[in-house]
Ligand binder design. Structure first.
Ligand code: PMP
Length: 449
């Protein structure tokens, strides 16, 4: 072929062409094998080439692939919504199916606003959020995202929704220690609500564990309890963006379960279809649905392919697979084993600053100086180097940004399929070690130690 007609993320980059995938591995057309330690973009939660999922997809295709949501529902979508209601905590009983995480967070935003409209409070329209966060690429979702790199080109179009600091203990925005900090980062939300005025705020959105924008930033124990209390005090809905953390990634169906809270709305995506089909969802509690059910009885959002039977059948099969194979139950132990193995690398590679995360969502932040936590100069492209070197040795990692401004630091996420075995975890750590060894050599030639 003389030219490509496909718009790729990096236009000048030659991407390997993948031939097939099996379990935690992908194989390109030259026969090179990659251990998928990122599950793509934290998506291929049950690994590649799982027969049951392909069969469920085929079975559905033989029946019907598409019905339009305003005309029909489907057995697959009905069953999926029921199973999600039974698998999630509290009264998160309602599912609105969409096709991507961005659509799911944007739908959550709209349902939150509509909830207040139906209750006769139409001025409650803002959805506040945190800096160092990512909620999606569409304009509404990007407005809620505290990701300077992804916002910058579109700032004039965006609402100023990110207002408070993230619970980023490694670089505490208040220069405190976790044991004695008094949760200032959570309490900052109370001040923000009072300053801006709760009468204009519909909701507050947060990723239980910050993914792409921070490299698996994990809050201390009581953070979400305090956040939820502050939201309730001011009559503001709490939206958990579980697009990355949901569907078992951290060892529970929803990451919020670790902290014993039930959000008012939840967005899901990524692991829901596990990469086998595009599907995402906004989950809504009974309380949030109530005024809409009594009022206009219509959710003013939706897409042509919402609740698509084909995608619904896939997500249902993924949930059944997780249950049948007790996948989620094993995540915590696997995550601990992987994290402990990674921690041992700190002595070999002093530029590993912090290792964090929960279950099989693990973040590693790299720093130029581990004592002062000073980041590497941006022009060294350390994240990109690590990801590229890993890919060269046959290991896939997910690049993240880090640093107090969400752009000056370097981080990666390690998030293999939840089905990874102990032997494969050991191989992952071996490959990671050899990639970091090469990065260290490169940095040394540039005079960085
Ligand atoms: N929210 C979170 C927490 C995410 O990690 C992502 C994707 N990285 C999104 C929303 C957007 O999802 P999508 O790319 O499927 O639109």
């Amino acid at each position: 072929m003389d030219r490509t007609y496909l718009i790729k993320p990096e236009l000048d980059e030659d991407y390997p062409v993948i031939d097939y995938g099996k379990g935690v591995y992908l194989f390109d057309i030259s026969g090179k094998r990659y251990l998928d330690a990122s599950s793509g973009a934290v998506t291929a939660n049950i690994g590649h080439g799982v027969e049951e999922i392909n069969e469920a997809m085929m079975d559905q295709a033989k029946k019907v692939s598409f019905v339009y949501r305003s005309q029909f529902t489907s057995v697959a979508a009905e069953k999926l919504a029921e199973k999600i209601a039974l698998s999630t905590p509290g009264d998160l009983n309602w599912s609105f199916f969409v096709n991507s995480g961005s659509e799911a967070t944007e739908t959550a935003m709209k349902i939150a606003i509509q909830h207040w409209q139906e209750k006769g409070r139409p001025l409650k329209t803002k959805i506040l959020s945190r800096w160092v966060s990512y909620h999606g690429i569409t304009i509404g979702a990007l407005s809620m995202s505290g990701h300077p790199g992804r916002r910058s080109r579109f700032v004039p179009l965006l609402a100023d929704f990110p207002v408070v600091s993230p619970p980023y203990c490694y670089r505490c925005p208040f220069n405190k220690e976790p044991k004695s900090c008094g949760y200032e980062c959570a309490k900052e939300l109370d001040v923000a609500f009072r300053r801006i005025g709760p009468e204009s705020i519909a909701g507050f959105i947060a990723e239980p564990i910050v993914g792409a924008a921070g490299g698996a930033i994990t809050p201390p124990k009581d953070y979400y309890r305090i956040i939820k209390e502050i939201c309730e005090k001011h009559d503001i809905l709490f939206i958990a963006d579980e697009v990355m953390t949901g569907f078992g990634r951290t060892g529970t169906m929803l990451a919020c379960e670790h902290w014993g809270i039930v959000p008012d709305l939840v967005s899901l995506g990524k692991g829901m279809g596990a990469g086998y089909a595009p599907i995402a969802a906004t989950l809504v509690t009974e309380r949030v649905m109530e005024p809409i059910k009594k009022g206009s009885k219509v959710i003013m959002s939706g897409h042509t392919l919402s609740a698509n039977p084909q995608s619904s059948a896939v997500a249902l099969a993924v949930l059944e697979y997780l249950e049948k194979n007790n996948v989620i139950e094993d995540v915590e132990a696997k995550g601990t084993y992987l994290k402990n193995s990674l921690k041992k690398l700190k002595t070999l590679f002093p530029f590993i600053g912090d290792i964090r995360g929960k279950g099989l969502l693990i973040g590693i932040e790299f720093v130029g100086n581990p004592k002062t936590k000073q980041s590497f100069p941006r022009e060294l492209n350390v994240t990109e180097r690590v990801v590229k070197m890993a890919k060269d040795v046959g290991l896939l990692l997910y690049p993240a940004t880090a640093g107090e401004d969400g752009k000056s630091g370097d981080a990666i996420i390690i998030s293999p399929p939840l089905t990874i075995t102990k032997r494969e975890i050991e191989e992952l750590v071996r490959l990671f070690t050899s990639a970091l060894t090469k990065v260290q050599e490169e940095l040394e030639t540039k005079g960085v130690k």
